[in-house]
Design a protein around this ligand. Structure first.
Ligand SMILES: [Mg+2]
Length: 444
């Protein structure tokens, strides 16, 4: 039954709703709507000028309406008189095909017609910086190997605990928090869910983490490589496919069905799981345009060794078992971890591109190729035939543009809009005059 937002407000004491949508660059845009207006807005949506955000519209386009999806509503644990709700973008009565949440919804429906219901868990790493973003917030956090640093995580206990308490209250099933591999970096994990739910939670987690950090006088960033020489912010995704959505899911389609199959399958992935993985491998260079969407993303992948000893980010399109030096790790039966995405990835497009590539793999019975059970950081040069990941955003955009199958699966309208705006961003970057050029060219 559809949730009535006005009744929800009355029951929970909500005074304002943030009707929110996410644009192509991952920016969250919202209108604050008083509760007395929410009943109308639930039917009609809140109006936005699409051109004013990162969507491919002109100022002449009609109003874009964000129609709240009541299933996504979340009362802000740190400000209970406000509730956030994700909106689906509509223009002139039709879904806006380029809007990221609509791209994902369409792919979820497609997968469902083929009996596949993708579930994911994500690891949204972040840094806590000074308010102006120039320094790590904790001046004592200087260890060469700061991962799991007990003392450092306790110096930020008030922030981490507050966010974790909020997740407990929201019923997300958070289960661990740690200091990550870079100074000033943290990771908090909660349970996996259907892709739309994970994307909404991912969006809300970023909003919540930034809000709680600001309250404590810090700045939280998910930027892929915010500090030169330190490990970057990954956004690893753990992927499995089930027979039904939500709590109705009983069978993991990726897990091997019989003991006979598990004896012959690689690392406990079913045939369908292997094909899904095959699709991810096949489209990897192209999907990097979505999983690694910024200029800065390419300072994290293909990066030189960090101060801690490893980047923990991939360089090549390879997969393996329980080994974190590859793009894909199969840590146990029935699921795999895609380690490619970074903190700048759009929460909805990340899930969409996983489904698009995976479905393409299942349909074409794609083979993930040879498994390399080696330390890619030390022995990567011995691998022949595994493609290198794109070296920069332009390479990734070109790879996406060339990948007709993936472009079509993500939707023509979306792909055209995304490529257009991202190419404009790339052009803006290359026209920027940098000090590096002067330092290296002045005396030539
Ligand atoms: Mg991590």
């Amino acid at each position: 039954m559809t949730k009535d937002l006005a009744a929800f407000a009355k029951e929970k004491g909500v005074k304002y709703f943030m009707i929110s949508y996410t644009d192509l660059f991952g920016g969250q845009r919202a209108k604050l709507v008083p509760t007395q207006a929410i009943a109308d807005m639930q039917d009609e949506g809140a109006g936005f000028a699409g051109f004013a955000t990162w969507l491919d519209f002109t100022p002449a386009h009609p109003d874009m309406l964000a129609v709240p999806d009541p299933n996504s509503v979340i009362q802000l644990p740190w400000k209970p008189e406000v509730a956030w709700v994700a909106g689906n973008c509509v223009m002139e009565g039709k879904d806006v095909a380029q809007a990221p949440r609509n791209v994902l919804r369409r792919l979820i429906d497609q997968a469902a017609t083929e009996g596949m219901h993708v579930k994911t868990g994500i690891e949204a790493e972040f840094f806590l910086l000074s308010p102006d973003g120039s320094q790590i917030s904790d001046e004592y956090d200087t260890a060469v190997k700061p991962c799991y640093d007990q003392q450092a995580v306790m110096r930020r206990y008030d922030v981490i605990k507050e966010i974790c308490d909020h997740m407990l209250e929201l019923g997300w099933g958070p289960y661990q928090n740690d200091h990550e591999d870079a100074n000033g970096q943290f990771e908090m994990n909660w349970e996996f869910d259907d892709t739309l739910a994970t994307a909404d939670k991912h969006s809300f987690f970023k909003f919540m983490t930034k809000s709680v950090a600001e309250k404590h006088g810090f700045r939280a960033t998910f930027m892929p490589k915010p500090v030169e020489g330190l490990t970057g912010n990954g956004c690893h995704a753990h992927i499995s496919v089930w027979d039904a959505p939500g709590p109705k899911a009983k069978t993991n389609v990726f897990a091997t069905e019989s003991s006979k199959e598990s004896q012959t399958s690689e690392l406990g992935l079913s045939e369908k799981g292997r094909h899904f993985l095959g699709g991810i491998m096949k489209h990897a260079s192209a999907l990097a345009a979505v999983t690694n969407p910024t200029v800065n993303s390419y300072k994290r992948i293909n990066a030189p060794r960090t101060m801690s000893g490893a980047t923990w980010a991939p360089n090549s399109v390879t997969w393996t078992g329980n080994n974190r030096t590859h793009m894909v790790r199969v840590p146990g039966p029935g699921r795999f971890e895609l380690r490619l995405a970074d903190g700048a990835t759009n929460p909805y497009l990340l899930q969409a591109v996983i489904i698009a590539a995976g479905l393409s793999g299942v349909r074409s019975e794609a083979d993930p190729g040879k498994r390399y059970d080696i330390d890619m950081y030390a022995q990567g040069h011995t691998v022949r035939g595994a493609p290198k990941l794109p070296l920069n955003m332009l390479d990734a955009l070109r790879a996406y543009d060339k990948d007709k199958g993936l472009k079509e699966a993500m939707g023509k309208e979306f792909s055209d809009a995304y490529l257009k705006l991202k190419m404009e961003e790339w052009n803006s970057f290359v026209s920027h005059f940098s000090s590096w050029e002067k330092e290296n060219t002045l005396d030539i």
